[in-house]
Design a protein around this ligand. Structure first.
Ligand code: GLU
Length: 378
């Protein structure tokens, strides 16, 4: 398959999310937005709109812009400073988008989201309804993380994943990540001359994840790794994702013209409706932390046994949706608990044969049955 093969996914998309990184938007020397470039992106957006595609923008740049405005380039910022800076930069960022879109007769609407807004069912539905109404009105929603009020534990921290969450929320067909790199390589092309560009990824496996390396230090985007995590979210939600170089003018048009990029294809086989529902549920009531042995067993299709669970989090009832996490806190998947949180607390670490005695009655001999369990792509 060539890099050009899935480009029609973009041309034919009904609804797309375009995520723009800080490095593309902010001109450090001028302590301002790159106005010409921004105008060219808005020109591309206007063409997409004319062709009948709905467009949602996820824009970074608030913290970076404020850093330049306030002359705070040369030192590391504390989290509270970044949060304060975001409130400064967001004004100029939103104004920049609004002005540039207006030049093409388009109207911007600003939405600032925290992870809670995509995870809690009620807020998710509210945010989705607002986005839908904005799109119905012909506006271009411009979204950023609400950095000022998100706490460190619950921040998205990078707009790649926020973009994927938004794509999932509004059932977009395609998520475009405009970045300073033109896709995924087998190794870091800046340091390894043998690195090969990969045009299409069918599934983000652990081997593919390993190509993302570690996140770079610094305050803004999470590098390739968070882009791959975003691909997992978007692809599982049925959207394709593309990583394309964004520095040059009219980056979306360049992509449509067949520019170098990496496509991540949507997962079409997402299992039964029940599993799809579990996989896309947004309101987990708690989490089960599993050890490495249990993780490996889950990957080969086993049910989750109490012996492999090392900790429980949250208050859940039997049948509630819970996350399955590894000991590093990464989410492996989700499923429906066979027991309440209180019962699970008694059972974890024990062998299935001991369950009846521990509970005082005979129930299922697994904490989550494999039919009630959906793993993220690993
Ligand atoms: N929300 C942050 C900002 O606007 C950027 C996060 C990111 O770079 O992905 O400054």
């Amino acid at each position: 398959m060539t890099a050009k093969a899935p480009a029609p996914q973009l041309a034919q998309a009904r609804r797309i999310v375009i995520k723009v990184g800080s490095a593309l938007l902010v001109d450090g020397a001028q302590a301002a937005l790159r106005a010409d470039w921004l105008r060219s992106v808005c020109e591309d957006i206007a063409s997409l709109k004319k062709a009948g595609t709905e467009v949602v923008v996820v824009s970074s740049g608030a913290i970076s812009l404020a850093r330049h405005q306030l002359g705070l380039m040369n030192r590391r910022l504390r989290l509270d400073e970044k949060q304060a800076l975001a409130t400064v930069g967001q004004i100029g960022l939103a104004q920049g988008w609004s002005d540039a879109l207006a030049q093409h007769g388009l109207v911007a609407g600003q939405l600032l989201l925290t992870p809670d807004d995509t995870e809690s069912r009620e807020r998710h539905l509210n945010a989705r309804a607002t986005l839908q109404t904005l799109l119905d009105l012909g506006c271009i929603p411009v979204i950023n993380e609400n950095d000022a009020i998100a706490t460190s534990e619950i921040r998205f921290g990078d707009n790649d994943r926020l973009g994927a969450r938004v794509a999932q929320m509004i059932e977009a067909d395609c998520l475009v990540l405009l970045s300073d790199i033109d896709g995924l390589y087998t190794a870091d092309p800046r340091t390894d001359p043998a690195a090969r560009h990969i045009p299409v990824i069918e599934q983000v496996t652990d081997d593919i994840m390993a190509m993302g390396g570690e996140p770079p230090p610094g305050y803004s985007s999470g590098g390739m790794r968070t882009k791959l995590m975003a691909a997992r979210i978007a692809n599982r939600a049925g959207a394709s994702m593309v990583i394309a170089a964004g520095q040059a003018q009219n980056p979306i048009q360049k992509l449509l013209d067949g520019g170098l990029c990496t496509w991540f294809l949507p997962q079409t086989d997402t299992g039964s409706a029940r599993k799809r529902w579990i996989g896309s549920s947004l309101h987990p009531k708690g989490a089960l932390v599993v050890d490495a042995g249990a993780r490996n067993a889950l990957i080969v299709g086993a049910s989750l046994l109490p012996a492999g669970v090392t900790a429980i989090d949250g208050h859940f009832e039997r049948g509630d949706l819970v996350l399955i996490k590894d000991e590093q806190g990464d989410v492996l998947g989700r499923g429906l608990a066979s027991y309440t949180a209180q019962e699970c607390t008694k059972l974890i670490g024990h062998r299935s044969e001991e369950m009846e005695q521990l509970l005082g009655y005979r129930g299922r001999d697994v904490l989550i049955h494999r039919d009630d369990l959906v793993l993220d792509q690993h």
